[in-house]
Design a protein around this ligand. Structure first.
Ligand code: AMP
Length: 144
């Protein structure tokens, strides 16, 4: 299944992003209210400059204690995130995530961010694909 199809099925209405100058506390509020694990960092909402994951926040809290919460998302984010496009497959996306050890990928089209794929989205798509393949193979073997 293609990333473009996964995004269509998700239809969650855009990517949550914040500018690098936003407070970490604001990112935490967005993540907690939206029940999401990352916020894309972008000044214009179209170019991903970074990505801030709950893991980054936990790591900094462990290192610096509560003072970590006083910083900006720009200070804590991973810069220049890896991205994919709508024509990547769920399997390719899972390979990129496994290799890069992250669970989120901004999706780019024509130089602009059009969505975000999580490892959960990609696994769900891949499982649906495998189930359809299994049914098709069983149908062939049974002569249906
Ligand atoms: P995650 O597993 O996505 O919560 O993130 C684990 C770590 O990888 C964190 O330090 C994130 O900032 C970073 N990260 C998340 N997504 C990406 C990405 N697409 N490209 C590069 N780093 C990322």
């Amino acid at each position: 299944m293609l990333v473009s199809q996964i995004l269509k099925d998700k239809a969650t209405g855009g990517v949550r992003s914040l500018p690098p100058t936003a407070a970490v506390a604001e990112a935490i509020k967005i993540m907690s209210e939206g029940r999401i694990g990352t916020v894309v960092v972008s000044s214009d909402g179209a170019t991903p400059e970074g990505i801030l994951s709950e893991r980054d926040i936990v790591r900094e809290l462990g290192k610096r204690g509560n003072t970590a919460l006083e910083g900006t998302v720009g200070q804590m984010m991973t810069k220049n995130p890896v991205t994919c496009t709508g024509s990547h497959t769920a399997l390719q996306v899972l390979e990129m995530m496994t290799e890069g050890r992250f669970r989120h990928l901004p999706v780019m089209e024509g130089g602009e961010m059009v969505g975000l794929i999580s490892i959960g989205d990609a696994v769900k798509a891949r499982l649906a694909e495998l189930s359809m393949e299994k049914d098709a193979l069983e149908g062939m073997i049974m002569g249906h």
